[in-house]
Design a protein around this ligand. Structure first.
Ligand code: ZN
Length: 92
């Protein structure tokens, strides 16, 4: 999965998952359930240029704690949702 890309996992015509790498720098893969029967779940819409908009916002509960919206293919950070510290990982 390339950074800065949203991957939609579909089953037939049904969108199941939206996956992206966290834009906050931790690099974790975020999987958003699009299944309407599950909670929480997200809605993805695409405009004419296939730019995704995701509702509601994405809030990571990990060390990075980022909180952002994806609107028309762009990341919009919530107030205080952009990680102030950069997390770098090293192999041990
Ligand atoms: Zn993150």
């Amino acid at each position: 999965m390339a950074p800065g890309q949203l991957t939609l996992v579909k089953s037939g015509d049904i969108k199941k998952w939206a996956c992206l790498r966290c834009p906050g720098g931790c690099g974790e893969v975020i999987s958003l359930s699009l299944n309407p029967n599950q909670r929480p779940r997200w809605l993805v819409s695409e405009d004419f240029w296939l730019r995704p908009t995701i509702h509601p916002s994405v809030h990571q509960k990990n060390e990075c704690g980022c909180h952002f919206w994806i609107k028309k293919g762009r990341i919009t950070w919530c107030r205080g949702g952009r990680p102030s510290k950069t997390i770098e990982k090293r192999n041990l």
